[in-house]
Design a protein around this ligand. Structure first.
Ligand code: GDP
Ligand code: IMO
Ligand code: MG
Length: 434
């Protein structure tokens, strides 16, 4: 299905291979942007995370939330792929494939490549996630989708890969091995029999799509095809470079794309980050610019800040330029998309954090590695006048009201990267360009 004409134009992707990541704590609007930019791509690859993601897009005015499929799936002629670094919930993936079919997307093995190397989320992993999150101390506020336990089993070399999942003999062997390893496994098998039945049923449906996705992707890159590498979650949720332990269990940053696909860094032409004009976070963990006042409430209401996966209310705060500069540096971002700028319209004043103040260490101008230090930090703000004029839905960044242009210029100055596009609404093409 190609983009209907009323959706506005999409600026062409400049590099052959572009990585698009969330530049905050997730939910920056990756779904909408991948869907918009995919109009210009031949292949869209999701490279990490699982159905903890919730990517919202609108196709022909209808809302769709994707958890497992890449957000480029709604374009004709493109190939979509899940690479080795992804974790797959098979039953959820089948549901989404059926949903896509209702939207007229015919999924054929030639246009959906599922990596045989990707690890599988099972009802056992979901059970473990729920158990860990029910602790009275130390809960992360996960999505309870089994993400952490699946990546843990992968690292401890007892996981189930998608290629083995779709093979009945290998799948049974894995189940037997888990029974022997874990005394509670049998109980989880019988307590969650419906989930296990859906899990088993998905194997035959997914089998035709399981392939050596990484080799196909490398071949496409070598042939000079336009490729979009889609991150899930956000750079501050990265297992190494995020606010550990309040992170997800994968490499959400741009380097994760290379590792997941087995694609050398020299093939990456551009890394682009998506950030909101403010910040949200779901789950626990430090958040220096979090707002607990009326402004925060109004941003949450106007921005409809509820989790697309769990429905939890998102915590809301001012744009944190210290954290965003850190993300620009860690991920080599050549540009940032400043999304949901329409939500800031109508505020008397707008703020960005340009430093942190720590009770003993004083003023910090860079993001501390220690989450406890970050927890104790207060933001140092630059305050600017807001704007009340509606911002245009499409056109140029130069068409923004003067105060909004000033806001964008200050963000650029503080993060050390250009704002290349601005988001003005939830639909394809609701965007301003340079
Ligand atoms: P993702 O996880 O990064 O794909 O983001 P989510 O889908 O979880 O959350 C982003 C939300 O903002 C969704 O409800 C989108 O429909 C909406 N959205 C995306 N871009 C814009 C924008 O520029 N303006 C407004 N008002 N909403 C947007
Ligand atoms: P998208 O792709 C926002 C958060 C959870 C929790 C932490 C760990 O829609 O941006 P996990 O279930 O991954 O073990 O949870 O990460 N989290 C997200 N927050 N958007 C997401 O995805 C998220 N995926 C995970 O809330 O704090
Ligand atoms: Mg989301």
């Amino acid at each position: 299905m190609s983009a209907p004409a009323q959706h506005g134009k999409t600026e062409p992707l400049k590099a052959s291979t572009t990585v698009l990541i969330g530049a905050q704590w997730g939910d920056e609007g990756k779904g909408k942007w991948i869907d918009s930019l995919a109009a210009d791509a031949e292949l869209v690859v999701r490279y990490q995370g699982g159905n903890n993601a919730g990517h919202t897009l609108y196709v022909d005015g209808k809302k769709i939330v994707l958890h497992q499929l890449p957000s480029g799936i709604f374009h004709d002629g493109q190939v979509s792929a899940l690479a080795a670094g992804v974790v797959v919930n098979p039953a959820q993936l089948v549901i989404e494939m059926e949903r896509a079919a209702e939207f007229g997307v015919t999924l054929h093995p030639s246009r959906l490549w599922l990596s045989g190397r990707a690890h599988v989320i099972t009802p056992w992993h979901v059970y473990l996630d729920e158990q860990r999150e029910s602790r009275s101390h130390g809960a992360i506020g996960t999505t309870k989708r089994g993400i952490g336990p699946t990546y843990s089993d992968k690292a401890s070399r007892s996981g189930l890969r998608l290629g083995h999942f779709v093979n009945e003999t290998s799948r049974k062997r894995w189940l037997q091995q888990m029974r022997e390893l874990h005394p509670e496994f049998n109980k989880v098998l019988s307590d969650r029999h419906e989930a296990w039945a859906a899990f088993e049923a998905a194997a035959a449906r997914l089998a035709p799509f399981v392939t050596d996705a990484e080799t196909h992707i490398r071949t496409a890159v070598a042939a000079g095809k336009k490729v979009l590498l889609e991150g899930a979650q956000g750079a501050l949720l990265d297992i190494d470079h995020g606010t550990y332990p309040f992170v997800t269990s994968s490499t959400t940053g741009s380097a994760g794309a290379c590792q997941s696909i087995g694609l050398a860094p020299r093939h990456i032409g551009a890394c682009i980050g998506i950030a909101k004009g403010y910040v949200t976070r779901v789950g626990a963990g430090p958040f220096p610019t979090e707002l607990h006042d009326e402004v925060g409430k109004s941003l949450a209401t106007k921005g409809q800040e509820f989790g697309a996966t769990t429905g939890r209310p998102r915590r809301v705060g001012w744009l944190d330029a210290v954290a965003l500069r850190y993300v620009v540096d860690v991920n080599g971002l050549s540009g940032v998309i400043l999304n949901k700028m329409d939500i800031l319209t109508g505020l008397k004043e707008v703020k960005i954090a340009v430093a942190y103040r720590h009770p003993t260490a004083g003023e910090l101008t860079s993001m501390p590695w220690d989450t406890e230090v970050l927890e104790a930090c207060q933001p140092v703000y630059e305050t600017m006048p807001g704007w009340s004029e509606d911002i245009p839905r499409s056109g140029k960044i130069a068409d923004l009201p003067a105060a909004a242009r000033h806001f964008v210029a200050e963000v650029e100055r503080h993060i050390g990267a250009p704002v290349i596009m601005v988001g003005t609404g939830p639909n394809r093409g609701d965007a301003l360009y340079r």
